[in-house]
Design a protein around this ligand. Sequence first.
Ligand SMILES: *Cc1c(COP(=O)(O)O)cnc(C)c1O
Length: 426
Amino acid sequence: MPDLPLSDLLDLDRRHVWHPYGPMPGRVEPLVVESASGVRLRLADEAGELVDGMSSWWSAIHGYNHPVLNEAARDQLSRMSHVMFGGLTHEPAVRLAKLLVDLSPDGLEHVFLADSGSVSVEVAVKMCLQYWRSVGRPAKQRLLTWRGGYHGDTWQPMSVCDPEGGMHELWQGVLPRQVFADAPPTEFEESYADHLRSTIERHADELAAVIVEPVVQGAGGMRFHSPAYLRVLREACDAYGVLLVFDEIATGFGRTGALFAAEHAAVTPDVMCVGKSLTGGYMTMAATLCTPRVADGISRGEVPVLAHGPTFMGNPLAAAVACASIGLLLDQDWRAEVKRIEAGLRDGLAGASELPGVRDVRVLGAIGVVQLDHEVDMAAATAAAVREGVWLRPFRDLVYTMPPYVTGDVDVARIARAVCAAAQEG
Ligand SMILES: *Cc1c(COP(=O)(O)O)cnc(C)c1O
């Protein structure tokens, strides 16, 4: 098949291909990526290379075209790329489940493999609602979360995303109505802890679960909060009979400096979602883990099964690459790498707080955020980063980076320069 000329490709893209959060036809011309290797995206038509500051939405923690992950995919491909998971099982899925149980907070024993983060959240919600139905409390079917969160784009996840994002107004009457606490402050405040406790207590009879992103709220606003709030949630959920769900889809696998953000507070949730970097960014897969209590509750109910089973559940190719990606992470001193990137981002972004229009600069683990006092001009900000040779994807009032853990010091400094340039020109 001959390559499409670039102008044809872009024209067809504009006319036929829907891009994330975009109109149809698209208004902004995307960059065309020809290949990617290490931390670099190679653009088509010899337009050069960009250092990737996004890890393809938090996922490509080992960079692109990694020989170990490539080999895992090739090896699995030569056996089978997929078989159905109903009535059949296979080594990649079993190995992956065992790895996740071993690495995740103590007490999470069972793994449901899902095909995307949003689906894993749907499964988590279904588990919680079904648990209460099974144990004779069918009225417990609402969720509580704090504002500023993001849990995915399908219906249940959307219902617990930050209600200020616009989508809640658009979907009023369609979305399930959930209970919202205020957004968590950065530092620990006893008055906010009380607010969490009293909101959970007040709604306990109708709450199936509390669902939050631990320590870092990602796409809902890139905000960090004290891990101590996770202990408050755990205690209040136990006291008032509510399940606790941690969505670690963005924070899992080392991004915040702990393997899972729950570790910052030494808290085990009843249900936990992982995704994004699970396969090192190679393909889509996520997982919902739960405790024996949740699984037993469901299995003793009137309908003793979890009625969920995606066609591509447990996909062997994705599972094999996920095992290889986790192995690759554990085989290196990833904590040191994340710390090194954290130091580099702190250094490189230190000057950003002096820039006009900048409201806040924050760094945690391999996450660097510059928050503006205005909506970012996405086209101008992206163009400024590209001029620095870096790929960034700002949104709302945020210019941020989550580089692959393999990003070298020179490239981390370059990414930080690009974040500053984007913040200045966006
Ligand atoms: C990205 C994300 C999701 C959704 O995952 P998809 O794979 O995009 O469906 C859910 N929760 C969090 C915290 C995320 O960052």
